[in-house]
Design a protein around this ligand. Structure first.
Ligand code: ZL4
Ligand code: CA
Ligand code: ZN
Length: 393
């Protein structure tokens, strides 16, 4: 269980690259990088920038990105532009067929793609360095968390896997790293990268199962019986969930499972992917967490008093995303009780974006989801996962 008083102060560093405000996947893409600029503005208007070491990110170098990604894929990411994609049929075919870029609309070849990748990866990289150096207790990069990308392929809006890069950096110093993923989607790219490792335990909570008779909720992996391979057996942990899961059911699973994982694995550092598409009202996620319920995951892990890396991830109703990441920044610095909730979000430039949520950080979660069942399946899932975890040596 958490080993220190929760109100103890932490040294927090925060990475933000203002260039993120100008990145667009396309005019109508669901992934909107500017949500990170919205979160940053909220963090500013709530007076938290003075509570953290605030650092501009250095873009990740090509060499740093090559530590995980394949040579051919990095060459492509670096050289691909909307113009080269349009004009060079051979390049376009390679991008689509071999590397998942272009083709369907999930991972388009957009303007400044390479700059965007270097920017968010640089943030997670630097955040990992700050924990390794011992300069900070908690390091935050809301632009990171791109958990689907594999060594040679873009998938699910993710091109460079900043999480894998960051974990590899942490492994230079820390013997064991636990990765916890609360995005509504399965953290497949991170799981696969460390599938046969017993130095990284990956733990993903995600929506799982059919959304139509012929279609799985993306990416389709993350069944409860995916537990890792070889030396990594029992070090991949998956908690599949139904649509409509609310705070109560989520935490019936999250706290016992993460608590048990911490106990059996004894990690020296924690990486938490805070994908905000598990929030109620998300355009893609279909889950029903409140901002407080989502942030409870952050405070629970903060309570273990280990070096903690917080990254972003999904999140498609951008006002909800910014609200959650602002509040979670407050949790990191230990100020969440001081955030006023009786007054409306102060004027800061983006305030009109919060109209649909009554201009409050803590908006009301929906109550209309039929799929919300407090069924025995929750207890079954919990029992199976805890049973897997009890086999960790
Ligand atoms: C969109 O409206 O399930 C992309 C993606 C772009 C704009 C206009 C194009 C419309 C929903 C999604 C057509 C888009 C069709 N636009 C995309 C099997 C799919 C093939 C691609 O949170 N089509 C693929 C990926 C998931 C699939 C989820 C989650 C990332 C993360 C971490 C990634 N892909 C079907 C979809 C739209 C779009 C509307 C979309 N894509 C919803 N779900 C997917 O875990 C960051
Ligand atoms: Ca997840
Ligand atoms: Zn997601």
């Amino acid at each position: 269980s958490p080993s220190c008083a929760d109100d103890k102060k932490r040294r927090v560093c925060y990475y933000y690259d203002p260039g993120i405000a100008h990145i667009k996947f396309s005019d109508d893409h669901v992934m909107v990088p500017a949500r990170v600029a919205m979160a940053h503005s909220l963090v500013g208007v709530y007076g938290m920038l003075g509570d953290m070491r605030r650092l501009r990110t250095r873009p990740a170098t090509e060499a740093e990105i090559r530590r995980f990604h394949s040579p051919e894929y990095v060459d492509l990411l670096r050289d691909l532009t909307p113009e080269s994609y349009f004009n060079d049929a051979a390049l376009r075919q390679k991008a689509e067929d071999d590397h998942g870029i272009g083709g369907d609309d999930d991972c388009p070849a957009f303007d400044r793609l390479w700059k965007y990748c270097r920017g968010y990866a640089g943030g997670s990289f630097a955040a990992a360095r700050a924990l390794v150096d011992g300069a900070s207790d908690i390091a935050i990069n809301w632009s990171g968390g791109m958990h689907h990308a594999s060594a040679c392929k873009a998938t699910g809006f993710c091109y460079v896997n900043d999480i894998v890069l960051a974990i590899n950096e942490l492994l230079g110093t820390f013997r064991r790293v636990i990765y916890v993923d609360i995005d509504a989607h399965h953290g497949d790219g991170v799981q696969n990268a460390f599938l046969d490792s017993n130095r990284v335990m990956t733990l993903s909570f995600h929506r799982y199962g059919k959304i139509t008779p012929h279609k799985d909720f993306f990416p389709g992996s993350g069944a409860i019986n995916e537990i890792g391979d070889g030396a990594g057996e029992h070090y991949s942990v998956n908690v599949p969930l139904d649509a409509g899961v609310r705070d109560d059911v989520y935490h019936t699973l999250f706290k016992p499972i993460v608590g048990k994982a911490m106990e059996v694995f004894q990690p020296e550092a924690i990486v938490l992917q805070c994908g905000a598409d598990s929030l109620s009202g998300d355009r893609l996620g279909g889950m029903e967490l409140s901002v407080r319920g989502h942030a409870e995951c952050v405070s629970f892990l903060r309570g273990f008093n280990l070096p903690l890396l917080l990254v972003g991830g999904g999140g498609y109703t951008i006002n909800h995303v910014a609200s959650a990441w602002c509040y979670e920044t407050a949790v990191a610095v230990g100020k969440e009780r001081k955030l006023p909730d009786d007054i409306e979000i102060p004027s800061h430039g983006y305030e009109l974006m919060y109209k649909n949520q009554g201009n409050k950080l803590h908006y009301k979660t929906s109550t209309a989801t039929a799929a919300r069942k407090r069924s025995s399946s929750t207890e079954v899932t919990k029992g199976k996962v805890l049973e897997h975890l009890s086999q960790v040596k």
